[in-house]
Design a protein around this ligand. Structure first.
Ligand code: ZN
Ligand code: ZN
Length: 132
């Protein structure tokens, strides 16, 4: 692994971890481009994929932006608003025991699970109530 590659990977990881929200590959690219004009979008994509495979980052599908990334350490669920397409974190504890249960029942190693709740967000609900 050459030095430049690992330096860029670290920069990609830092960019995602320092953002206080979910970020898409394009957003990570824009953040890094300011500091390192030599970095390419393909490098960003490749490193995001690697970091996800290695378990440092987790990703969720965003209907508008493609995949969005965040720190894998703090596991949580997501809520997707079907009106405005916003993705929010859900303030409910991640069910670690489910991972253990499935691992035990199936004789596999579960590394995590994702859940996306679908519906209408608080803001969109309010707009609908105003209209009605
Ligand atoms: Zn909404
Ligand atoms: Zn999240």
């Amino acid at each position: 692994m050459n030095y430049k590659h690992s330096k860029q990977r670290q920069a990609v990881l830092d960019a995602v971890l320092s953002a206080d929200r979910h970020v898409s590959a394009d957003e990570v690219f824009a953040m890094l481009k300011e500091r390192d004009s030599e970095i390419g979008i393909a490098t960003v994509y490749r490193n995001l994929n690697l970091l996800t495979e290695w378990g440092a980052l987790s990703r969720i599908k965003d209907p508008e932006k493609g995949y969005i990334y965040e720190n894998a350490e703090n596991k949580h669920y997501h809520f997707h608003c079907m009106e405005c397409n916003k993705i929010e974190d859900v303030p409910v504890e991640y069910a670690e025991e489910l991972d253990e249960l499935i691992s035990e029942k199936m004789g596999v190693t579960v590394k995590g699970h994702t859940m996306v709740f679908e519906g209408v967000c608080a803001e969109c609900r309010q707009k609908e109530e105003v209209k009605a």
